[in-house]
Design a binder for this molecule. Structure first.
Ligand code: 13P
Length: 257
């Protein structure tokens, strides 16, 4: 399939940070002087309270800011929720949707993920839609069934006409464990996801960036990123270290070249 050139490195800071730590991290990233390249987008996703700070810290750069979650509504009586329009207004361009930690700890389901992706798109954000199986699902041979269900749920709401979408494959067993999926597993699952999307829309599937997340580090990034259906990474722990994050970014630029 003819592939789109754009690749992505997205840092998910999870529930880490403080005003001082965020400033130091961004200064660190910027002092490493990554030559930001239009072929490889860099996005950082801090917790909600720091989105405005990050929008300010990145405003004269090409580094994008994303949120880790958004409401599936744009406005209304939804106590404690944050509208995608609000994060957009303060300078956010991306939204992680359906992260496995939200599925696991906040009980988010496939339908909610689809509605959130649609709300994010309606607000003008680029959703980073996460799918992935648990260890138990993989061990019992149900990986493709689970990925297909999650993918179909998301695309039941959004349409392939929305071409600004990033898909992330994050097997739950590889997240935060230090043990990434092998490049062969990542390639196989990305290929499965792309083929599943191609049933709906071949051209869209060919252009869709599919990024991998789960224990990506400097030591394994280039092996994973050089697989043909891998268009970048969604990075947790290593995104909190400026040098590591920028080194991983450079690996991706080299591969994009
Ligand atoms: P780790 O890179 O810490 O495994 O986290 C991956 C992740 O969940 C990114 O969203």
């Amino acid at each position: 399939m003819q592939k789109m050139q754009k690749k992505w490195l997205v840092g998910n800071w999870k529930m880490h940070g403080s005003l001082a730590a965020n400033k130091a991290l961004m200064e660190g990233i910027r002092s490493e002087q990554p030559t930001l390249d239009e072929r490889v987008g860099m996005v950082v996703c801090p917790p909600f309270p720091y989105l405005a700070q990050l929008a300010e810290l990145t405003k004269d750069s090409q580094i994008g800011v994303g949120t880790q979650n958004v409401s599936d509504h744009l406005q209304g009586a939804f106590t404690g929720e944050v509208s995608p329009l609000m994060v957009k207004e303060i300078g956010c361009g991306y939204a992680i949707i359906g992260h496995s930690e939200r599925r696991q700890y906040q009980g988010e389901n496939d339908g909610l993920m689809g509605r959130k992706a649609l709300a994010a798109i309606d607000a003008g954000l680029i959703p980073v839609i996460c799918v992935g199986e648990t260890a138990e699902e993989r061990d019992s041979g149900r990986t493709h069934e689970v990925l297909a269900r999650q993918l179909d749920a998301a695309f039941g709401y959004i349409r392939t006409a929305h071409d600004n979408i990033i898909l992330a494959y994050e097997p739950r067993w590889a997240i935060g464990t230090g043990i990434a999926a092998t490049p062969e597993i990542v390639q196989a699952e990305h290929e499965f996801l792309r083929q599943r999307i191609a049933i709906r829309d071949k051209d869209f599937a060919a252009k869709l960036p599919i990024i991998y997340g789960g224990s990506v580090k400097v030591s394994n990034a280039s092996y994973i990123f050089s697989m043909p259906d891998v268009d970048g990474g969604l990075i947790g722990g290593a995104a909190l270290n400026a040098r590591e994050f920028v080194t991983i970014y450079r690996e991706l630029i080299e591969i994009a070249g």
